[in-house]
Design a protein. Structure first.
Ligand code: XMP
Length: 172
């Protein structure tokens, strides 16, 4: 495993992102942070603890990668864990923007649910693979086209617990 982003670098970047997000929502009605499971696990948990504003936290599931690192499957969205988001301001958080298909689909799903606004934050934006035009409002790090794991990201549901982002050897 090669470390791409060490844990202390993630922490420093989250401090800065939290300031940016707090400034964007300061004085506005409480935001509902919606994390896309399972990859958002660490990102949501660490980011919301740095935001000193009234907010709600909720989760949605969207999965397309099923064990195979390179071949995406069909995208399936489950919103059964969501509270009523009608008229709410939503900050959607995902681990990584790759082709852009997941976030595009989830954003339109939230709009269909009647949200008042959606902003999007991603921990990682992979360069060179985007297929759908999509511009996140908040970005943690821009990374090269490598398959990364750790800090919530998995390969076949392994490695999520690592405190850093690493590149899996053999997948480079
Ligand atoms: P799209 O292509 O829809 O993909 O933007 C977003 C989802 O794909 C998964 N993904 C990865 N997961 N390492 C991972 O562990 C990666 O390098 C990677 N690239 C994409 C991830 O689930 C993300 O939400």
């Amino acid at each position: 495993m090669n470390v791409l982003i060490p844990a202390d670098t993630i922490r420093e970047r989250l401090d800065a992102l939290a300031i940016q997000i707090s400034q964007a929502y300061e004085g506005k009605p409480p935001v509902t942070v919606v994390g896309i499971l399972n990859g958002c696990l660490m990102f949501v948990a660490d980011l919301v603890r740095r935001i000193d504003l009234p907010l709600r936290v909720a989760f949605i599931t969207a999965s397309s990668y099923r064990g195979d690192a390179t071949t995406p499957g069909k995208l399936v969205i489950h919103d059964g864990l969501l509270p009523d988001l009608k008229g709410r301001h939503v900050l959607l958080l995902d681990d990584i923007l790759d082709t852009g298909k997941t976030l595009t689909r989830v954003v339109s799903h939230l709009i269909d649910l009647g949200v008042a606004s959606v902003k999007v934050g991603v921990l990682l934006r992979k360069i060179g693979r985007q297929e759908v035009p999509f511009e996140p409002d908040f970005i943690g790090f821009t990374i090269p086209d490598k398959f990364v794991v750790g800090y919530g990201l998995d390969f076949d549901d392994e490695y999520r617990h690592l405190p850093y982002i690493g590149v899996l050897e053999g997948k480079e």
